[in-house]
Design a protein around this ligand. Structure first.
Ligand SMILES: NC(=O)c1ccc[n+]([C@@H]2O[C@H](COP(=O)([O-])OP(=O)(O)OC[C@H]3O[C@@H](n4cnc5c(N)ncnc54)[C@H](OP(=O)(O)O)[C@@H]3O)[C@@H](O)[C@H]2O)c1
Length: 517
């Protein structure tokens, strides 16, 4: 197809974005403004939250570190002023929009990007239906009323097909009729609905994948009325290249794990190092959203579909550049000591356990015992103890996450790779969507640095002090380990009433335990 370039396409286009305060949303706003300054306005749907009105929420968004690069350039105010907050909530009728905002959107918007969702795997079914399914239906209804709409892009998830080990870029049969499910949410008693969740969801792992799978069908059913597109990312992680390498504000997945590991608090993780884990950098996801919108907007009005469906793009790496933890595990601890944090509470040391049973045992020793001791010290020195609560929360959510940790999925992304080929040479370099050339080792080093800077908020200036502290913790950790070995050795000699030398084997107990757990 002979397309205009992406930059030309986006010039003067007005965008309506939901989920603009989230990880994907802020990244999308940043990339669009930085790479396509000629874009029109970006209307973002915001709900008042935690005592903040939408104007205050917009100020918070503008203070996000993602905009540091834009702010360092001239004319950043003009660009950031293109973000227009609109008060609403996707779980409410007509998205909770005022009549005035509703008609402004209908009159002016050309592109809709729907990112808002609840991602909490533990969300009850009713809430997940209300936000992920009914919210998407409301977005589709609004989009249909937009006079100048060119494309509605829906951000889905590769795991909508978590009931298949190999998924293609196509829409599979719905796990249920979405109108029936919406009807349940509207008419059934909440407790009854939530307690019937497992039965209703069939082979879906949780309410998130179930409701996101149904939401895709809502979008696909609109394919003949408006141009639509669906992007399915896997687990979204820190940026690969832009706005800077390793940028992130998400504490999900490897980022949260590395955050806890660099503090010395998370020391064990249940992971099958030989399995493929599908991670995709956020900048690649954003570029696919931008390119997917551009692609679908230019499909013929008579048949705005591919193979009779809404075009689907997998933002995934499992088939084109598979990642396995065993490939980087050796550099992980080294990296944490090369770039330590000043706020570490103990000497970082990570170990992967191949199953949950071994993890529970190991976690009891290496997470909970130190957590109880450190919380006690914090409490008597007037601080707020958090570690025991944190580990309890982690362990609770690990039970829910287990199917994701010990399963391998492959997501075919041939169509997405072909999309890259369809871009002009210039667009290919600005809106790179092919992750095949990503080298996971330097990527994870940058991710660790990103976690240090953007999640722990430690600037490069703290590095010297952090290195000194890391050395101190190394000595302290060694001292504690030696004391444990000698302590158990002594205890065994004391219990058996025999000399220490005759009990030298007892010294190996903690060493062997530490090796396996
Ligand atoms: N992160 C991932 O690894 C991942 C992977 C695959 C797919 N996805 C998809 O990517 C999209 C964005 O995810 P994310 O990582 O950016 O999530 P996120 O950081 O948790 O952001 C979620 C966004 O949705 C908004 N939202 C939630 N409920 C809303 C409601 N009732 N009304 C209006 N806005 C609401 C939130 O607004 P508030 O600030 O007001 O809460 C926030 O802006 C989602 O559709 C998700 O399913 C994400």
């Amino acid at each position: 197809m002979a397309y205009q370039t992406i930059k030309t396409f986006y010039a003067n286009k007005n965008i309506f974005l939901t989920g603009g305060s989230g990880f994907v949303g802020v990244s999308y706003i940043e990339k669009v403004l930085r790479s396509m300054p000629d874009v029109g306005d970006i209307f973002i749907l915001l709900r008042p939250r935690k005592g903040q009105g939408i104007q205050e929420r917009l100020d918070t968004i503008k203070n996000n570190s993602v905009f540091d690069v834009i702010k360092a350039s001239e004319g950043s105010d003009v660009l950031l002023n293109k973000i227009k907050p609109v008060c609403g909530d996707i779980s409410e009728e007509k998205l909770g929009l005022s009549d005035n905002d509703f008609s402004i959107l209908c009159d002016h918007v050309n592109i809709v990007v729907h990112c808002a969702a609840t991602l909490d795997f533990e969300t009850d079914l009713k809430t997940a239906i209300t936000i992920n399914l009914m919210g998407t239906k409301r977005i589709v209804e609004l989009s249909k009323q937009m006079k100048h709409l060119q494309c509605l892009l829906h951000v889905s998830s590769a795991y909508v097909n978590s009931n298949k080990n190999y998924a293609m870029e196509k829409i599979y049969d719905a796990p249920a009729n979405y109108n029936d499910i919406i009807n349940y949410a509207l008419t059934m008693d909440t407790d009854k609905l939530n307690s019937s969740a497992e039965k209703i969801m069939g082979d879906h792992i949780n309410t998130y994948t179930f409701t996101k799978a149904l939401a895709e069908h809502v979008v696909n059913d609109a394919k003949n009325d408006i141009r639509t597109c669906i992007v399915r990312p896997s687990m979204i992680v820190a940026s690969w290249k832009e706005p800077v390498e390793g940028w992130t504000v998400s504490k999900n997945g490897p980022q949260g794990f590395i955050m806890g590991a660099s503090k010395g608090v998370v020391r064990r993780l249940p992971v099958n190092q030989s399995l493929i884990y599908d991670y995709i950098p956020v900048d690649v996801v954003i570029n696919t959203i931008i390119a997917g919108t551009w692609f679908s907007a230019q499909l013929p009005k008579s048949t705005p579909t591919v193979d009779g469906q809404t075009p689907i793009f997998h933002c995934t790496t499992s088939t084109c550049n598979p990642f396995r933890w065993k490939d980087i595990s050796s550099i992980l601890t080294t990296t944490l000591h090369k770039y330590p944090i000043r706020g570490a509470v103990w000497y970082p040391n990570i170990k992967f356990l191949p199953n949950l049973f071994m993890y529970w045992i190991s976690s009891a020793i290496f997470h909970f015992i130190p957590a109880y001791i450190l919380d006690f010290v914090t409490k008597i020195s007037g601080g707020r103890p958090i570690l025991v609560r944190l580990h309890k929360n982690v362990n609770r959510s690990l039970s829910k996450l287990a199917p994701f940790i010990f399963n391998e999925w492959k997501f075919d992304n041939a169509r997405t790779l072909r999309l890259q080929e369809e871009l002009s040479v210039d667009d290919q370099s600005v809106f790179y969507i092919d992750p095949t050339s990503l080298n996971w080792t330097p990527y994870f080093i940058n991710l660790t640095l990103g976690v240090r800077k953007y999640l722990h908020k430690e600037s490069d200036k703290t590095m010297k002090q952090a290195l000194k502290k890391d050395f101190f913790l190394f000595i302290a950790n060694g001292g504690v380990q030696l004391s444990i070995v000698i302590g158990i050795w002594y205890l065994s000699s004391f219990i058996t009433g025999t000399p220490m030398l005759a009990n030298f084997w007892a010294a190996f107990i903690p060493i062997i335990f530490g090796y396996f757990f």
